[in-house]
Design a protein around this ligand. Structure first.
Ligand code: PLP
Length: 653
C-alpha cells in the first residue's frame, strides 16, 4: 500500500506529534481540573496559563482577551451573539446603530448562518448584506466604504478556505474608518500562515480553530478586543473568567499549546519561501499533467498552501477519484454529491464561469509539509495525468492504451447515455447522448480513433435514418422497435439473438413482447435501473441483499475458503491506472462497462464468487446488485470499499 499523500490541509490536518504527546501527558499526568484549588488543579491551571500566554504573544493581542473554546464555529457564534446583544442594548438606549449586518460573499457558511440565526432569535430584524468580492476574491472595498455608515456589524475573513485568497485587512479597516460597526475577522485559515498583530488593529473578534493547524478537533480560541462587547454563549460554572463556562478541554489545550510553542520557537514549520517553492512545484506538475488547467485564484494574492483549479472537460468528482486512487487526498472546491457537483458559492461570488465553479478542486497543505512529500505528490499528479490521458479524457491522442469496446454507460445527473463501440471497425453508435456529455464523448472517440456512426434517441424515431429495419454494426446488427409514438427501443443483435435492448424511459410492462425475456435491458435513467437488467430478472422480483456486502474479515474468509473467487475492480480505468502498482490481482471491469461483461459471467459454466470493489463501496454495491438480480447468486460487494479495507487485503495500492 503506497503512503497516503494528504493534500486537504484546509479541511483539517494531522496532529503534530508533539501535540499528541502533550495531549497524552495532559490526560495521564496533568489531568486536574484547572478550577480546583488543590495542587493537582493548580498544575493543570498553570499548564493552561502557559498556553494562553503563548497564544497572546503569538497573536499580539495586547490588552485583549483570549479564551479557549471548541473551535471556530463556536467562536463565530460567540462573536455574533456578543455583537448583536450589544446592538440591541444600544438600540434600547435610543442610540443609532446602523441597520446592516455585512458579511463577505466568500465567508465560511458558519458566518451568514450564525448571523441569520441570532438575528432571528434576538428579534433584531437587521438586514443581512453580502459584501461582494472582485474577480480575485478580494472584498470590494468601494462597496464596503459605501455600506460602512449603515453597517452595524461587519464579518470578513483573514484568508479564504477554498481559494486561499488573503484579505486586505488594512484596506478593510480603512474602509471602516469613521464607522461605528463592530468587526469580526475569521482567522481560521490564517493561523500560523499570516502574521496577525491583533491588538494593533480595530478587529473586535477573531475566532481560531486548532485542527486547521496540527492540533486536534474540538479545541479553538476566540480573541476579543479590550472593550469590545461580550455576551457568553455558554453559562455555568464560570470557567474562562466567566466568559465561557464548562470545564476546559485540557487535552486539546495542551495539544494546541504544543503547536503554538512550535510556531513561536520556529524550526518545526516550513518558512514562507519554502511554502512558495512547494506551490510552484505542485503547480508545475499540475500544468504538465492536466492540459488546459486553470487556477481559480491569483497566486500572488493567496496563501501559498492552497491551490484551487479546474480542468476543462473533467468534473471535480473525476479528479477526486483519480487522485484518491493514487492515494492523494484532495477535496472538491465545491460541495459535491455523487452524481452532480454543486457550484462553489465562493468561485461564483468571484464571477468565474459556471464550469470552473462546479468542477473545482482544492489542493491544500500545511506548513509541516516536507520536500519529500511534495516531490512524491508531484510524481503522483503526473501519474494521474497520464491515467486520464490514456482514458481519452483529456482530448489528447491515446497511444498504446487499450480502447474501450462493447457497451459503455455514461451517467450524468441520473440519466444514462449508452455508447456501442465496435473495436474492429472503430465505429460507435450513441444512444440518448446527453447534450452535456457531447464534448466528452467527442473527445473520447477522437482520442481512441472511433467514428460516430449514428446518434440515436429512444424518444425520437426520426433519429433512425437507415431505410431498413436493421443497421449493420460490425459483426452485429442494431434493430429499431417502435414501442409507441414517442418511444423507441433499439436491439443489439448477434445473429438472431437479441443481446441488449436500449429502452430509454419505457416502462417494463411496455416492453413485454417487444424485447426477449433474457436480453439485457439498458434503460435511460438511474431509477429504472442503475446498470442493466432483464425482463426475466424484473419478473422474478427483488434481491435478498442482506449478505451482499462483505467487510474485510468476511472477504478474507471467503478468499481463503474459495480461492477461485474473482476480485473485480469496478473503478474507472483512469482510477485503476493511477494506482501505484502492486496489491492483489483483480479483474478490471469499470462500472461503466459492466454491461459488456455481464453476458460472459452469466453464460460461464462455473460461477465463482465475484467480489466487486471500488473506492467507497457505492459502485461495487450497484454491480453486485445487478448481478444478483440477473440470477448470479455468488456476487458480493466490499462494503466501505478500498477506503475501509484492511491493509492486509492488499486490494489496490
Ligand atoms: N471558518 C473557516 C474559514 C473555516 O475554514 C472553517 C472550517 O472549515 C470554519 C470557520 C469552521 O471551523 P470549525 O469547523 O473548526 O468550527
Amino acid at each position: 500500500m503506497s503512503k497516503e499523500i494528504y493534500l486537504d490541509g484546509n479541511a483539517t490536518t494531522c496532529v503534530l506529534p508533539a501535540a499528541v504527546d502533550a495531549a497524552v501527558q495532559a490526560m495521564r499526568d496533568c489531568f486536574g481540573n484547572p478550577s480546583s484549588t488543590h495542587a493537582t488543579g493548580l498544575k493543570a491551571k498553570a499548564m493552561m496559563d502557559i498556553v494562553r500566554q503563548c497564544a497572546r504573544r503569538l497573536l499580539g493581542v495586547g490588552a485583549g482577551r483570549i479564551m479557549f473554546n471548541s473551535g471556530a464555529t463556536e467562536g463565530i457564534q460567540t462573536a455574533v451573539l456578543s455583537a448583536l446583544c450589544a446592538l440591541r442594548e444600544r438600540r434600547e438606549r435610543g442610540e443609532t446603530t446602523g441597520g446592516l449586518l455585512v458579511y463577505g460573499a466568500t465567508e465560511h457558511k458558519a458566518v451568514p448562518e450564525a448571523l441569520a440565526h441570532w438575528n432571528r432569535l434576538l428579534g433584531l430584524g437587521l438586514e443581512l448584506k453580502k459584501l461582494p468580492v472582485d474577480g480575485d476574491g478580494r472584498h470590494d472595498l468601494a462597496a464596503l466604504r459605501a455600506l460602512a455608515p449603515q453597517a452595524a456589524f461587519v464579518c470578513t475573513m483573514a484568508a479564504n478556505n477554498e481559494t486561499g485568497v488573503v484579505s486586505d485587512l488594512p484596506g478593510i479597516a480603512a474602509a471602516l474608518d469613521g464607522s461605528q460597526a463592530l468587526w469580526m475577522v475569521d482567522c481560521v485559515q490564517g493561523l500560523g500562515k499570516l502574521s496577525l498583530d491583533l491588538g494593533h488593529t480595530r478587529i473586535d473578534y477573531a475566532p481560531f480553530s486548532g485542527h486547521k493547524l496540527y492540533a486536534p478537533k474540538g479545541i479553538g480560541m476566540l480573541y476579543v478586543r479590550e472593550g469590545a462587547p461580550y455576551t457568553p454563549l455558554v453559562m455555568g460554572g464560570g470557567q474562562e473568567a466567566g466568559l465561557r463556562s464548562g470545564t476546559e478541554n485540557m487535552a486539546g489545550i495542551a495539544a494546541l499549546g504544543a503547536v503554538l510553542a512550535a510556531l513561536e520557537e520556529g524550526g518545526t514549520f516550513r518558512t514562507p519561501a519554502e511554502l512558495h517553492g512547494f506551490r510552484e512545484k505542485l503547480a508545475a506538475s499540475l500544468r504538465a499533467a492536466l492540459p488546459g488547467i486553470v487556477f481559480n485564484a491569483p497566486f500572488e494574492k493567496a496563501l501559498p498552501t492552497t491551490l484551487n483549479f479546474s480542468v476543462p472537460g473533467l468534473s471535480s468528482k473525476e479528479l477526486l477519484d483519480v487522485f484518491d486512487a493514487a492515494n492523494v487526498r484532495v477535496s472538491a472546491g465545491s460541495a459535491c454529491s455523487a452524481s452532480k457537483a454543486a457550484p462553489s458559492y465562493v468561485l461564483d461570488a468571484m464571477g468565474l464561469p459556471a464550469w470552473r465553479s462546479s468542477s473545482a478542486v482544492r489542493m491544500s497543505f500545511g506548513p509541516l509539509a516536507s520536500e519529500e512529500m511534495i516531490n512524491e505528490a508531484c510524481a503522483r499528479i503526473e501519474r494521474c495525468g497520464k491515467a486520464l490521458r490514456d482514458a481519452g479524457l483529456l482530448d489528447t491522442p491515446v497511444s498504446g492504451a487499450s480502447a474501450p469496446e462493447g457497451v459503455l454507460q455514461l451517467s450524468l445527473a441520473g440519466n444514462h447515455t449508452w455508447l456501442l463501440l465496435d473495436a474492429p471497425s472503430h465505429q460507435c453508435i450513441a444512444i440518448d447522448l446527453q447534450a452535456e456529455l457531447a464534448e466528452r464523448v467527442d473527445s473520447l472517440l477522437r482520442s481512441h480513433g472511433y467514428q460516430l456512426l449514428a446518434r440515436l434517441s429512444t424518444r425520437d424515431g426520426a433519429s433512425w435514418t437507415a431505410d431498413t429495419a436493421s443497421l449493420a454494426f460490425g459483426a452485429q446488427s442494431l434493430r429499431r422497435v417502435a414501442l409507441d409514438a414517442d418511444q423507441q427501443a433499439y436491439l443489439l443483435c448477434s445473429g438472431d439473438r437479441v443481446a441488449y435492448a436500449f429502452t430509454g424511459m419505457a416502462a417494463l410492462r411496455d416492453l413485454a413482447g417487444a424485447v426477449p425475456a433474457d436480453a439485457l435491458l439498458c434503460t435511460g435513467r438511474e431509477e429504472l435501473n442503475a446498470c442493466c437488467t432483464s425482463l426475466r430478472a424484473e419478473a422474478q422480483g427483488g434481491v435478498a441483499g442482506a449478505d451482499l456486502s462483505l467487510d474485510s474479515v468476511a472477504l478474507a474468509r471467503l478468499l481463503e475458503a474459495q480461492p477461485q473467487a474473482v476480485l473485480v475492480d469496478v473503478r474507472e480505468s483512469y482510477e485503476q491506472a493511477a494506482c501505484i502498482p502492486g496489491g492483489r490481482a483483480a479483474q478490471s471491469v469499470p462500472l461503466s462497462r459492466l454491461a459488456a461483461f455481464v453476458p460472459g459471467w452469466l453464460g460461464a459454466a462455473e460461477q465463482p464468487p465475484l467480489v466487486f470493489f471500488c473506492r467507497s463501496g457505492n459502485r461495487s454495491a450497484k454491480a453486485a446488485q445487478c448481478m444478483r438480480r440477473l440470477g448470479y447468486r455468488n456476487a458480493f460487494s466490499l462494503g466501505g470499499g478500498i477506503a475501509l479495507a484492511a491493509p492486509g487485503l492488499a486490494l489496490a495500492a
